[in-house]
Design a protein around this ligand. Structure first.
Ligand SMILES: [Zn+2]
Length: 412
């Protein structure tokens, strides 16, 4: 990397037909503009008083004509342009500068002396040449150290293929359907969490530290590989299930539903219920809101637990696990005939849980008992119609069997 520090007069930087057209203030690792008017006014005031403005860093992308990415200094640059374009005035209570009034002044209303002072003010710009994207991102990270940059903004500045892959996911149509805005890269954040969940094969911690580690350890991530395709397949089904913008798709729901849909695709004959998933989820949310409106001692305890899990620590493994199981159990209760791929013999954990709750833990076989109550550690999920006789491994064809009845019933 070659660095070259040079002064750029504001008139050069601001000329509408000049270099300004070729400066990109919003490369994807930068944060969206967040400066308030008073911050912009303060910068202009500093320039008029000829105070020192911190160095900017631009990366030169090409020559003749020169093109630049702003690595550091985007907000300042935008504030300068905005002032020159007459988009804001100095504050009504602004102190005069060297005897010249500035209160309420827009750029064109400044006295000639001040405007010349503004136009000839030289920005210190460090131009980075012969550098690659990763080097620039590394530099941006270092420049931003100690500022209030949010975790995802830092991750967007990390080098590597994982960052690129997550970025590409945010363009997926599903993210146009979600109920949360993309302020400060929330879509990138959620997409990164989805990838993290996919790599783990299910619920796992997806806090900032976990995502940072993923970006670092998967710098060589294969965007055409098996895991990448699995993420895209799940997003595609999510987009199919949610064809319109859906306010209920809040952040915590997007993550839990990702796990549910991924599990459905992995283990179940999902085509059978695909068309009904949309209605199921909206009904689920309706029931949640009804429960939510009740006093805690009136609401069903499970919904109270669910409410806790969506209220805080939503990125923790046990919270995601709980929400996924809760949604899956609700789904299997609603679609009891949902079958496993290839009619596998063993019930899944969630199918068992659903059967266990549906049968109120009571043995349904009653060959050796009168409907004994079983405990989770000692019961058998029995095929009503034996699997060997073509019975399906579904919630509908499952039932609670106590150990004695299960032994007595014999081959399943
Ligand atoms: Zn029994």
């Amino acid at each position: 990397m070659k660095t070259n520090k040079k002064p750029f007069p504001l008139s050069t930087v601001s000329a509408a037909n000049g270099i300004r057209q070729r400066i990109d203030t919003n490369p994807d690792f930068q944060r969206p503009a967040v400066w308030s008017t008073s911050q912009k006014q303060l910068l202009v005031d500093s320039i008029l008083r000829e105070y020192d403005v911190p160095k900017m860093y631009w990366r030169k992308l090409s020559s003749k004509p020169d093109r630049y990415d702003v690595v550091d200094g985007q907000q300042r640059l935008r504030a300068i342009w905005s002032f020159v374009d007459g988009e804001f005035a100095l504050p009504a209570n602004a102190e005069p500068v060297d005897g010249f009034a500035t209160a309420d002044c827009k750029y064109v209303a400044l006295s000639d002396d001040l405007r010349i002072r503004f136009d000839t003010y030289a920005l210190d710009v460090v131009v980075l040449e012969d550098t690659d994207e990763n080097e620039v991102r590394e530099m941006f990270l270092r420049l931003q150290n100690g500022t209030s940059l949010k975790a995802q903004e830092k991750r967007n500045a990390m080098p590597g293929k994982m960052r690129e892959f997550v970025k590409s996911l945010t363009l997926h149509v599903f993210f146009q359907r979600v109920g949360f805005a993309n302020s400060r890269f929330t879509h990138d954040h959620v997409a990164a969490q989805m990838v993290c969940l996919e790599l783990a094969g299910g619920p796992v911690n997806v806090k900032d530290g976990d995502l940072n580690r993923m970006y670092q350890s998967k710098q060589a991530f294969d965007a055409a590989g098996k895991e990448a395709k699995a993420v895209q397949r799940t997003l595609a089904l999510l987009a199919e299930v949610f064809p319109d913008k859906t306010p209920e798709l809040e952040r915590y729901n997007a993550i839990a539903l990702y796990c549910v849909i991924a599990e459905l695709q992995r283990a179940y004959v999902v085509a059978d219920i695909k068309a009904d998933l949309h209605a199921w989820f909206l009904e689920f949310e309706t029931r949640r809101r009804v429960q939510d409106a009740l006093d805690e001692d009136q609401a069903e305890p499970e919904w109270v637990s669910y409410k806790e899990r969506i209220s805080h620590s939503t990125d923790a493994q046990d919270s995601i696990r709980f929400r996924m199981d809760f949604l899956m159990r609700d789904l299997l209760t609603r679609f009891p005939t949902l079958a496993l791929k290839d009619n596998q013999r063993d019930f899944t954990y969630i199918q068992k849980l659903t059967v266990f709750r549906r049968d109120h833990q009571l043995c349904q076989v009653r060959l050796k008992c009168e409907g004994e109550k079983v405990v989770w550690d000692a019961w058998h999920c029995d095929h009503k119609l034996a699997w060997s006789k073509g019975g399906k491994t579904t919630v509908e064809n499952g039932q609670v069997a106590c150990p004695a009845c299960n032994l007595s019933k014999g081959a399943d």
